[in-house]
Design a binder for this molecule. Structure first.
Ligand code: ADP
Ligand code: ZN
Length: 599
């Protein structure tokens, strides 16, 4: 372990291990199998990189995404670690060179996708080589319930049979117990040491609002808090992605679309620009994001409700991997709530599976409608209990007002009942506020006792009420996709006023005023002159990144630049004290950064 600590300092430039890193590394050096669950940004890569450097032979890293291997290898090469990847983007002769490096024992890390590994030729090549370890990254891809399912991952259990003496480490940031046991089963990791980290991401600020998918709300959030910062905006549909990207561009931001309908080249191009340029926004469907290592994503915005809390947590987890403050922001509307229920109902999954999906939807809606600390609820969902409110979510910072909505609820429910449970929210609301139209007249619904009994609220307010009533389970929507509202069991006691009185408390309807929270690009609150130096270091980094054709954070992360701006080292040995500066980076870039600081 002394060697491991030396490498941590000299190669990576860090003083101490985080979380379970040192236990994991020790287990692998000892030749044991490991399963590690760590949140995004927790520092998973070092867990296999350092043992690969210490053990004899080459570490084989199995990663699902060919597109990102180049950056992983670049990052290693920047540290003078001999690393390469094998995939279809290489020419035949390039592949032969790498295979020769592998067999001659000069490589320490080799990245490949599972399908390449499972190829008989690759397997026999590996069988003639000394292998330090197998690292199975994004191990949740074995789970057929998840949206990242990759069939080849399930065949990786054969590594255990073919290479019984080589330790394996499976890594994932997906937390739930179901996925965890699937990974153990599918990869034959019954005897592995399991390390589960806290899933809390304290630097992420969570906020969920009900502004009805509004672009204006998105724009005020971005322009007030994230002028110049990089971020991801998730939309449900391809159309939504295109329209939102165009809208943000018209507002003067560089916003690039990413969805499965674009050509492979364009997707690749947009992703590369997002990784390599500072301050870009990517607007994407959930097709975007797995394995994205960009550490300085300052915000993740959702324009629709994610399907479940796992997806929400995984997507928002792409913000702030560098540990600096970041925002997870979401705006949703009535349409989303209806859509989610429908999606499950219409899927051709078996009943048992649908029930699980419904529970997951309910949990997601429950999180949205929550009036207490979001982080406590999120962590509880993943089996972690915390008793202190976090102080870094919208509900902690601006406790939402609630109001006694019993009467409004009774009016709404009885109007659904009187109109025969045959209409969607829009129609029922028109009846409630007495806004007649031909359809209402034809149905004689302007003669109903519930016609015009709700004019104390506007149509928009009623939409908010209906959305909450669906979320709280007083109303359900039909399964055919028309958004027809039906009463649930839970609704009846409220309609029959004779029964024990029951109050319904709902979130206040006026829009929550979000306090302005400027998230700086740098970690600490820098003084004006430190900030100026930070900006200069940042442009130096951009130049160097361009010259070496790597993403800027591969040169140094923001946190390292912030420390340089604060400490202002003048000598090489002072520079080595800065977190993130190791021997190799010092030799490569030390002079340039010292020069800028001196000036
Ligand atoms: P993950 O794969 O878990 O999302 P990474 O391996 O990319 O996370 O690590 C996230 C960031 O944390 C990287 O910039 C990495 O260099 C840094 N890091 C990892 N371990 C340490 C450590 N012990 N001390 C300081 N920084 C670390
Ligand atoms: Zn909180």
């Amino acid at each position: 372990m002394q060697r491991a600590r030396d490498i941590l300092k000299s190669t990576f430039g860090y003083d101490s291990f985080r979380h379970h890193q040192s236990d994991i590394i020790a287990a692998l050096i000892d030749g044991k199998d490991v399963l590690t669950l760590m949140p995004t940004g927790g520092g998973k890569s070092i867990c296999y990189q350092i043992p690969a450097l210490i053990r004899e032979g080459c570490g084989i890293v199995i990663s699902p995404l060919i597109a990102l291997m180049q950056d992983q290898v670049d990052a290693m090469n920047q540290l003078d670690v001999p690393a390469a990847f094998l995939n279809s983007t290489l020419s035949a002769s390039e592949q032969r060179i790498i295979e020769a490096q592998l067999t001659s024992g000069t490589l320490k890390l080799l990245y490949m996708a599972p399908e390449r590994l499972l190829n008989p030729a690759t397997l026999s090549l590996l069988q003639t080589t000394r292998i330090a370890l197998f690292a199975i990254d994004e191990a949740h891809c074995v789970s057929q319930w998840g949206h990242d399912f990759r069939r080849e991952y399930q065949q990786l259990s054969m590594l255990h049979e073919r290479f019984p003496d080589v330790p394996r480490i499976a890594l994932t940031a997906t937390a739930d117990a179901r996925t965890r046991s699937e990974i153990i089963d599918q990869l034959a990791l019954e005897r592995a040491a399991v390390f589960v980290n806290s899933f809390d991401r304290p630097n992420i600020h969570y906020a969920i609002s009900e502004s009805g998918n509004s672009r204006d709300a998105l724009w005020s959030f971005i322009s007030e808090n994230h002028a110049g910062n990089a971020g991801i905006v998730y939309c449900q549909s391809r159309k939504g992605v295109e329209a939102t990207a165009a809208w943000l561009s018209s507002k003067g931001r560089t916003a690039l679309p990413y969805h499965a309908g674009l050509t492979q080249e364009l997707r690749q191009h947009n992703q590369q620009r997002f990784l390599r340029e500072d301050g870009l926004i990517i607007v994407a469907t959930i097709a975007f994001g797995m394995g994205i290592d960009k550490p300085d994503v300052r915000f993740v915005a959702h324009m629709n409700l994610p399907k479940n809390i796992e997806a929400y947590y995984q997507e928002t987890g792409r913000a702030g991997r560098d540990g600096n403050p970041a925002d997870a922001w979401m705006s949703y509307g009535l349409k989303d709530v209806v859509g989610l229920r429908l999606f499950t109902e219409q899927s051709d999954a078996e009943e048992r599976f649908k029930r699980v999906m419904h529970q997951k939807t309910d949990a997601m809606l429950g999180l949205c409608e929550l009036t207490s600390c979001r982080r406590i609820a999120l962590l509880a969902y993943f089996g972690e209990s915390v008793d202190q409110p976090c102080g870094n979510c919208d509900n902690c910072l601006n406790p939402p007002e609630t109001w006694d909505a019993t009467t409004a609820t009774q009016k709404a429910l009885s109007c659904v009942y009187r109109t025969g449970e045959r209409f969607g929210a829009q129609y029922v609301i028109d009846v409630l506020i007495g806004k007649s139209n031909e359809r209402i007249e034809n149905n004689n619904h302007d003669k109903l006792s519930t016609f015009d009994i709700g004019h104390e609220h506007t149509a928009i307010e009623w939409r908010g009420i209906f959305r909450q009533l669906i979320a709280h389970g007083y109303l359900a929507t039909d399964t055919e996709g028309y958004g027809v509202l039906k009463l649930t069991q839970k609704a009846w006691p409220l309609l029959k006023k004779s029964e024990t009185p029951q109050t319904v408390m709902l979130r206040a309807l006026h829009k929550a005023t979000t306090k302005k929270r400027k998230i700086p690009a740098a970690a600490a609150d820098l003084s004006a002159s430190d900030q100026q130096l930070f900006e200069q270091l940042r442009s130096l980094r951009a130049e160097l990144a361009k010259a070496h054709n790597v993403p800027p954070y591969v040169i140094f992360p923001d946190r390292t630049l912030t420390e340089m701006a604060l400490i202002r080292p003048h000598t090489s040995s002072q520079l080595l004290e800065v977190s993130g500066v190791g021997q190799t980076k010092l030799e490569r870039y030390g002079a340039a950064f010292l020069n800028t600081i001196r000036q």
